[in-house]
Design a protein around this ligand. Structure first.
Ligand code: ADP
Length: 594
């Protein structure tokens, strides 16, 4: 009996331990499966983290970078949605926040405007440590700010909350990463560490992206500057070639004319003709050089206007007179349309006439023979508008914006322009700007003619004090004793010859020291001194002459540089007058005769 009882008991015990074993085994299998799952999850996370790190580090486009960060961090944390709020300062200097979103449509956030620095958000925007809450609605910092005291109505439900600042190593807070979940207790310490790590990686990447962007901008700026420089350089080269060509052009006729007039067989008519050629070509060269000097003065802001009360009609008359040879050479017809009443201007009449003659000459140059040119002067709303219109070759829309640039000539028409440096329009625009006006060009395109209009504002159109009338040139032909000093022997001798032909008595010196000796010896009434001479310069000679008490001698400076500063320096040295080379013989005669 007892044996039977014993065996029953052992069966029961065996069954119990069997069940226990099975339960233990099941528990172990369950634990193993859990561990396996946790391991798989961990390796998935590591993989994701590694991938995120790589894609963040390789991303240089800021917007795409922020989106990558937000998407990856939302996936890693298991949040329902994640957002990156970006602290940015726009051009007005005000702060605003641009954000990227993951797990929710933009509209879910955009309707609430930008987040404010509430007690919950502020630590992140300040760059403090991470904020993690199992249930943000129970957090003591939550719901403190009016008007909503918590999430505004319609906000996605958030209980679990996690936020980390994205801050550069230098301490600049770029923004913050924010994560939410409608269920409480979703984010543990591990998630927090993960987010802090991603935020640090993101900050580095933003730093890099910004540096990259700044470098890109710098490169683009440098490329633009180089392009501009190359363009200026190219135009300067072209200009130098044109200048050499334009200056060489008159030399051939001058040389030939000189040979003809020297030839023993030349008739008086041929000699006369040669002289006319030389005069005309020298005049042409002087005009080119004057333009060059003027443009340099305008560029450096040293060109001064001599404004006075001027009649529009007389300015136009003188411009037409200057342009007449070019107009007549191509048998153009020029019609003038001017207001019936006289129009007074407060302007530099010489400069204004220079502009108009330049426009008329261009119209003649760029119009086929027997063209129709018009010059129209009007008063429109108090402004004086002068238009020069031609039915010539016109200007293409592509070329139009460039024609006022210095040294610019339209390529396709270069061969039609019988000469020119490509500075006329730049100079004209500069001169009109000095009058506070503007010069504009219009053309309906190639083959459709051109129109250039000068607009002078009301202030220029009106009365001012009449300018003092120029001193009458009482040209009495008096003989004078003159000293000419120039180290360019040809220049000195030819000037001496001209003066002698006028009946003056002339002595020559070819350097400053000689000039002073000749002066002391002969005591001339007039000394015409070149400035750049070896030994003593013209300035020094003048200073010594004045220093020795010779105040009644008329001192005339002659220089290649007619800048205002040169003139001022000449006056300072004691000169009475200043001429720019080549000296205009008529002007010199008038001065000597007065
Ligand atoms: P230049 O006449 O010495 O070449 P400008 O500065 O006077 O220089 O003119 C610049 C360019 O503008 C000219 O080369 C020419 O191509 C264009 N241009 C000027 N005036 C006219 C015009 N009336 N019709 C057509 N093209 C013109």
């Amino acid at each position: 009996m007892s044996a039977e009882k014993d065996s029953k008991q052992s069966v029961t015990e065996l069954a119990a331990s069997n069940a226990e074993l099975r339960a233990t085994l099941a528990r172990m299998a369950e634990e193993h499966a859990r561990d396996q799952a946790a391991l798989r999850e961990q390796s998935r996370m590591l993989e994701l983290l590694n991938h995120t790190g790589q894609s963040i580090a390789s991303q240089l486009d800021l917007d795409r970078l922020l989106q990558t960060v937000t998407d990856a961090a939302t996936a890693l944390t298991g949040a329902r949605f994640g957002a990156f709020f970006y602290n940015r300062v726009n051009e007005q200097g005000e702060d605003y926040l641009l954000y990227t979103l993951s797990g929710a449509p933009r509209e879910a956030f955009e309707k609430f405007g930008h987040p404010r620095a509430t007690a919950v958000f502020a630590p992140t925007f300040r760059g403090d440590g991470p904020v993690r809450s199992a249930d943000i609605t129970q957090d003591p910092r939550y719901g403190k700010m009016a008007p909503h005291h918590g999430m505004p109505p319609g906000h996605l439900p958030v209980r679990s909350y996690l936020a980390a600042a994205v801050k550069s190593r230098a301490g600049e807070v770029f923004g913050g990463l924010f994560f939410g979940h409608p269920q409480p207790g979703q984010f543990d310490e591990r998630t927090e560490l993960l987010v802090v790590g991603i935020a640090a990686q993101a900050a580095n990447a933003i730093d890099n992206a910004r540096l990259y962007q700044a470098a890109q901008i710098q490169i683009a700026n440098r490329e633009r500057a180089e392009l501009r420089l190359r363009d200026t350089d190219r135009r300067k080269d072209e200009f130098l070639a044109t200048l050499a060509h334009e200056l060489r052009n008159p030399l051939a006729p001058i040389r030939q004319a000189a040979l003809i007039s020297q030839s023993p067989g030349a008739t008086p008519e041929q000699k006369n003709w040669s002289h006319e050629v030389i005069t005309r070509q020298v005049q042409h060269m002087s005009l080119l050089l004057d333009d060059l000097l003027d443009i340099s003065r305008i560029t450096r802001g040293t060109l001064e206007l001599r404004k006075q009360r001027t009649e529009l009609a007389s300015v136009i008359e003188s411009a037409v007179e200057t342009a007449r040879p070019a107009i007549d050479a191509k048998r153009h017809r020029l019609s003038l349309e001017l207001p019936r009443v006289p129009v007074q201007l407060d302007a530099d009449s010489l400069r204004l006439s220079q502009v108009l003659s330049n426009l008329l000459t261009n119209a003649a140059k760029y119009t086929d023979p027997e063209g129709q040119l018009r010059l129209v002067g009007e008063v429109i709303g108090g402004d004086v508008v002068i238009r020069v219109i031609d039915n010539g070759i016109g200007i293409s829309p592509a070329a139009l914006p460039n024609i006022f640039q210095m040294f610019s000539q339209v390529k396709s028409v270069q061969d039609r322009s019988d000469g020119g440096l490509g500075i006329g329009l730049a100079l004209s625009r500069g001169l009109i700007a000095l009058h506070s006006g503007r010069l504009e060009a219009h053309s309906a395109g190639l083959g459709h003619g051109s129109e250039f209009s000068v607009h002078l504002p009301t202030s220029v159109h009106g009365m001012t004090e009449p300018a003092s009338p120029p001193a009458p040139a009482a040209a009495v032909n008096r003989q004078r004793r003159i000293l000419v000093a120039d180290d360019n022997v040809d220049a000195g001798e030819s000037l001496a010859m001209l003066l002698r032909l006028d009946g003056h008595e002339v002595e020559l010196a070819t350097n400053g020291t000689d000039a002073l000796q000749v002066f002391e010896h002969s005591r001339p009434e007039v000394a015409i001194l070149d400035i750049g001479m070896p030994g003593l310069s013209g300035y020094e000679v003048a200073q010594r002459i004045r220093g020795n008490g010779h105040n009644d001698v008329l001192l005339i400076a002659v220089t290649g540089w007619g800048q205002d500063a040169d003139k001022a320096r000449a006056t300072e040295a004691g000169f009475d007058h200043h001429f720019t080379k080549p000296v205009e013989p008529a002007a010199l005669s008038a001065l000597l005769g007065s």
